[in-house]
Design a protein around this ligand. Sequence first.
Ligand code: UD1
Length: 406
Amino acid sequence: MNALRIHGGRRLTGEWRVHSAKNAVLPIMAASILTGEATRLEGCPELVDVAYMADILRTLGCRIHSGDGALTIDPQGLNRHEMPDALAKKIRSSIFLLGSILARFRKATVTFPGGCEIGLRPIDLHLSGLRQLGVDVREEGGLIRCDGRHMRAGTVHFDYPSVGATENVMMAAVLLKGRTVLSNVAREPEIVDLQNLLNAMGARISGAGTHTVTVEGVERLHGAIYRPIPDRVEAGTLLCAAAITEGSVLVRGACAEHLRSLLFKLAETGVGIRETPAGIRLSGTAVSPFELRTLAYPGFPTDMQAPMTVVALKCHGTSLLNETVFENRFMHVSELCRLGGHIRVENNVALVEGGHPLCGGVVRSTDLRAGAAMMLAGMIAAGETVLQDPAGHIERGYQDLPQKLR
Ligand code: UD1
């Protein structure tokens, strides 16, 4: 998708079925190589990042079939411990494979990962966690060489509850003899989902969703059939779209428990939210300004900060959005200002003066969630907005977004 033309001013009504979460599927794909048997993932989204991860797994020797919304990964032929350089640079989640390749081969070579340009995104916490398991990590000429011959179960503490580092070290520890205790871990629903998948494969892991995860090592894992959790960011983006268009939308399959902090903020703006067994219905329009601060889960998710900036533009008065997770996550702001948004950024706070009408124009998507935010902005701007997305950011995380919004 190179460019989208958006004609603003329409009310969103209808239903939207949410896919399985990209951020759950990617680590789960990495976990699938911890066994020699096939794993089938149901409800798997067709996303560019999922395709990249599948390509990396193929290069390592896996066979992958997709169809009927399911993805089957057969790692029987897994025979490489070196990650393909060009592919790994395209997707940050390639780093998750470090833990699972190490668990299988006791050695791994990866390149520094790529991904969205939303900050420095170092991997020091991943490497520190692996070192605490006894892995010898060497960084040489852009490559990370890991020697896991002396890996052993034990204790791992994280300076910061990184989502990816927690997942990586859980996978590295699962086949080690003995008990590994991980402290100050991330508590995101995707961590719980990875635990559930690994336990379905025969692992013995507990504590995900709290600050401490305990991994009792097992000798081997087996294949599984698994449906990853619904995508809370996809669901949240749709709820924001309804909130800015005076819409009435049922987001089917969305899990309200995973979206608590977002629903709380949206309710503050004055919209109506109803949680039903089928999903979440939002109706009405956002009017009251709000303040939010992005934090690790269960705090407000950084991935929803850009869409909520557009909600703030719709509200009457000044909203404050404080970004504390990533250091460079306001790239959507200058683009929103091109459409007439009144936004000022001071350090890591965006001050949004809402209630001014937006006017269509040409804007560019700078990263995945910023791209989604620009799409939302186009929906409330007068006239036509052309959203340029030459790098295909939006397709990395949303399946058929324009078609479904139509
Ligand atoms: C995951 C999500 C991403 C989300 C983010 C925070 C996936 C595939 N992606 O990314 O959508 O925005 O969680 O909720 O699940 N950090 C370090 N050193 C490290 C690792 C991280 O300093 O080794 C920093 C990062 O730069 C960032 C913060 O920690 O500032 C949070 O990153 P982390 O929780 O690791 O996010 P990801 O797993 O990359």
